[in-house]
Design a protein around this ligand. Sequence first.
Ligand code: FPP
Length: 246
Amino acid sequence: MSPPADPRTPRHVAIVMDGNGRWARRRGQPRSFGHRAGQKAVREAVEFCLRRKIESLTLFAFSSENWKRPDEEVGALMELFLRALDKEVEELHSNEVRVHFVGGLSVFNEALRTRMHAAMEKTGGNRALDLNVCVNYGGRWDIAQAARKVAQAVQRGELPAESIDETSLAPFLCLAEQPAVDLLIRTGGEHRISNFLLWQIAYAELYFTDVLWPDVDQDELARALDNFAQRERRFGNAGAQIARAS
Ligand code: FPP
């Protein structure tokens, strides 16, 4: 993979795809209609990232809290994921996209789990774009599962407890092998993180748009990247230090 030469282009973009329900309601349709329309916007986002040579795209498709939604909506979403896996994986593979499903996968039914693992295996050698689809995911869950793994390493005698720090915990978090998130986009007008990637967005630039996810197209994503290009990223340094280094 050849990374973007321009440091003003994010290497890793993460998206909270919000607004499917409202998009459907405005059309007098059930929420599942909005989720289906959202799938088209997912395709747009993947194409956009491939064109812009972004290395990683991480999508919040189903949070650990989304199980609280009505059974009918959860069922429709599961059906959509199943059909999307059958329909989209070939195309993603032909575009050299490596697909990862990130989250507690064991809770999904066997048909879904089988397809998720098959998609990850099939596309595992691809290098054009890492597409991370977060399902049954929560940022706190992620930190807790990393803490559990590091505790197990301590129990096995591989690591003294006193040496646990950010560097020793980091490899156990989801997406550890990918660049840190540079840009987090949330559509649909809300200004919150909703337990998405907590650790991984420590220094991400945040971009909020009122556009509802099914209406997001390449122009809207280009606006987010243009906005990102104008940000001064300081990573804790003073502005003057950044100016001297550039
Ligand atoms: C949030 O909108 C959206 C979701 C919980 C589901 C996201 C799923 C998709 C975009 C479907 C396609 C995804 C893949 C990976 C195939 P909301 O329902 O909370 O909308 P609202 O805030 O308007 O109610």
